[in-house]
Design a protein around this ligand. Structure first.
Ligand code: CA
Ligand code: CA
Length: 267
């Protein structure tokens, strides 16, 4: 997630709506967070959005959303719950494979659910930049909407943080080994209990993996850590994400679930 997001935060959509070449990341470093006018203009033209079921959008028949949905796709696992949360529907639903969300719904998720900007230097329009950047990463066919098919890329990025090196051909045993190894690496024992990986251990670990010279390491690693904590932690759901921690069992279970759902959706 982190590297890809950095590339997107580091590039920007041009005025025709296409994204700048993501292979030249430093062309406009983090304009997404800096007060550029593109997002503001876009935002001004866009109707307000909020996380409620009335905003749920569906793919129509015969449209060109082939990368976004498969009719038989089952939405499940930790990333399926995130997808449903962004849509604003019951998290346990498995029949939302044809639904899509837009950047407004994504921003609501970052703001309200992940509380990304709480107590931070960035708020309001800055948060909008992060949502735009993440949307740019997710919306591979650039139609302004993200469906379960496109969300598979996100699933892979989260899995990379939990169990590096794992792909669709990996066995559950491979996933468990990679997850346990990554967990031990992040569990520095210097913060919190030796039996858990805290939010800051998670964020530090993700930040260290970012390429040298990455700008805005704090926000990128914090976003990735908030997403990972939200996806993985199951027993402290009433608490602030930054105060939660993850046991090895929670970590491995989430990695195995995410891997299994990824395999099911990309057979
Ligand atoms: Ca799309
Ligand atoms: Ca926990």
């Amino acid at each position: 997630m982190s590297r890809t997001l950095d590339r997107h935060l580091s590039s920007q959509p041009n005025h025709s709506g296409n994204h700048a070449d993501i292979e030249t990341p430093n062309s406009v470093q983090l304009n997404a967070l800096r007060g550029m006018s593109y997002a503001e203009g876009r935002e001004a033209l866009k109707p307000a959005n909020s996380l409620n079921a009335n905003n749920v959008q569906m793919h129509g028949n015969g449209t060109s959303h082939e990368h976004e949905a498969r009719e038989d796709a089952r939405v499940s696992g930790p990333i399926g719950r995130i997808f449903n949360t962004i849509l604003g529907v019951e998290v346990t639903r498995e029949d939302t494979g044809l639904m899509v969300f837009d950047v407004g719904q994504l921003r609501e998720f970052l703001d309200v659910t992940l509380k990304l900007s709480e107590g931070e230097w960035f708020r309001g329009t800055k948060l909008e930049r992060v949502a735009e950047a993440l949307m740019g990463q997710l919306d591979t066919n650039q139609d302004g909407l993200v469906g379960w098919g496109e969300f598979q890329g996100f699933q892979e990025e989260v899995l990379k943080n939990l169990a590096p090196g794992i792909g669709n051909t990996s066995t559950p045993e491979d996933v468990r080994n990679a997850a346990e190894s990554q967990y031990s690496k992040l569990n520095s024992d210097t913060k919190g209990s030796p039996d858990s990986v805290t939010f800051s251990e998670m964020q530090d670990g993700i930040g260290k993996e970012l390429p040298v010279g990455t700008k805005n390491v704090d926000i990128i690693s914090q976003l990735a850590a908030r997403i990972a904590m939200y996806a993985v932690d199951k027993d402290e759901t009433g608490k602030d994400l930054k105060k939660r921690s993850v046991t090895e069992s929670e970590w491995s279970t989430a990695a195995l679930e995410i891997h299994a759902v990824g395999k099911e959706n990309n057979p």
